[in-house]
Design a protein around this ligand. Structure first.
Ligand SMILES: *Cc1c(COP(=O)(O)O)cnc(C)c1O
Length: 428
């Protein structure tokens, strides 16, 4: 395939945009080479600036769960745009999408809309701190909750349990309030809580991790968090920015039957427009301004175009519950095909999968947390990535990302993908 125009556009972009992109992962740093500039997309396919057609396994990192340019969503946005694109005043459509979201997701009474997953998680933590009147939070290494300061924290050195900044610009003062734990290690969480008795406001977790590959929770992990939170008066935040409206209508709370205190959303809930949201039971949400004292606001929050896209998307998912089953079946089919192709060619691998999330790791051991995800052979991943791209298959340009399956994929698309894996596997 030829990627000349993409490369030229990337050069031009780098002159006026830092690194040529508006979000780092897009720059292909982890795999090398120039990123591909997309021109348009329809259903399961991307069409790039060089005229190549690619089968898309990223789908805007999740939102395009029913395919690109999905007509009900596109039409809703067009019709809404004709009537004005922003007012900074209440609109009825905000109540409509809130009612629908609250009816689809278990265990929430009220929802507040924001503009990104980052904003949702940042606000959820502030709400948890305001509600519990405590400062510290626990997060898990390898879980991503957006780029707000409290989350850009890595494990501190040996003796200390608090984290240290993993980006310049994040202060030690902020870092000391974020405690780092290992995903799927409930004993460690308990130790951290006991060392910080009475100080922890919340535990924030991706209930199915999707930002270090796809890592489902070990048996009992989420239940363990729930019970520790209940015992120690800590709020449990499920970051369902990736999993919400993807793994089930009601997200992981429904799929795995564990309740969170606050849930955050993004990605699918916006149908491809910039939307995030956080939700909880009434007694927690009443702490939020203007009802309560915890401040949170947004000029474009609840924007009519964004709400129209989100409402159209949730409406489709709500009336067609079979879609989650169909997605899971396609993902399982893909899993089997990829595993067979890698196995036949003697490529060492581990594949993780749940619902419509899947990740391929080039390591023989189970991938259950950040350390085991980081152990994968990155050189093999790079070759795999570029090999797949050469065959017109677009997967995430980093070994630490899940693939997001869209229901627009046909079994022919999946067979084409599996055939590509067979060819690429021979070169690994
Ligand atoms: C994508 C993501 C976020 C951040 O959302 P943005 O809209 O990129 O700010 C937060 N949490 C999880 C689990 C995510 O996957």
């Amino acid at each position: 395939m030829i990627y000349q125009r993409s490369s030229a556009l990337f050069s031009a972009a780098q002159k006026v945009i830092p690194g040529g992109v508006n979000s780092p992962v897009r720059a292909f740093k982890a795999v090398g080479g120039d990123p591909i500039f997309v021109k348009e997309a329809k259903g399961a396919y991307l069409y790039d600036e060089d005229g190549n057609r690619l089968i898309d396994y990223i789908n805007s990192w999740g939102p395009m769960i029913l395919g690109h340019a999905y007509p009900p969503v596109v039409n809703a946005v067009i019709e809404k745009a004709k009537k004005g694109t922003s007012f900074g005043m209440p609109t009825q459509i905000e109540t409509k999408i809130a009612e629908l979201a609250v009816s689809m997701v278990p265990n929430i009474d009220k929802i507040r809309f924001v503009n990104s997953g980052t904003e949702a998680c940042m606000s959820a933590v502030r709400l948890a701190r305001g509600y519990t009147k405590k400062d510290k939070i626990i997060k898990f290494a390898g879980c991503y909750h957006g780029h707000s300061d409290s989350f850009l924290i890595q494990a501190g050195s040996g003796a200390v349990t608090f984290g240290s900044p993993n980006s310049p610009g994040v202060t030690q003062g902020t870092a000391k309030d974020t405690l780092l734990a290992r995903y799927n290690d409930i004993e460690q969480v308990e130790r951290i809580i006991n060392l910080n008795k009475g100080k922890i406001a919340c535990i924030i977790v991706e209930p199915v991790a999707g930002n270090m590959g796809c890592i489902p929770p070990a048996k009992g992990f989420l239940e363990g968090l729930r019970s520790l939170c209940d015992t120690h008066n800590i709020l449990l935040i499920f970051d369902e920015v990736m999993t919400g409206f993807r793994l089930a209508k009601g997200g992981v709370q429904e799929l795995l039957g564990v309740n969170a205190d606050i849930v955050t959303f993004g990605k699918v809930i916006g149908g491809g427009l910039p939307v995030g949201a956080f939700a909880a039971r009434k007694e927690i949400m009443t702490y939020l301004a203007p009802e309560g004292p915890v401040y949170q606001a947004g000029t474009l929050s609840g924007n009519p175009l964004a709400m129209a896209a989100g409402l159209a998307m949730l409406t489709e998912l709500n009336k067609n519950e079979k879609v989650f089953k169909s997605l899971a079946q396609k993902t399982e089919y893909l899993h089997k095909g990829i595993a067979e192709a890698l196995h036949e060619n003697g490529v060492i691998h581990t594949i993780n999968r749940i619902g419509s999330m899947i990740s391929v790791h080039f390591d023989k051991d189970p991938v259950i947390d950040f350390d085991s995800a980081a152990k994968g052979n990155n050189d093999t991943f790079k070759k795999f990535f570029h090999g797949m791209l050469e065959h017109g298959i677009y997967i995430a340009p980093s070994a630490f990302e899940s693939w997001f399956i869209t229901d627009a994929l046909t079994y022919d698309d999946l067979d084409e993908t599996i055939a590509a894996v067979h060819k690429v596997a021979k070169t690994l």
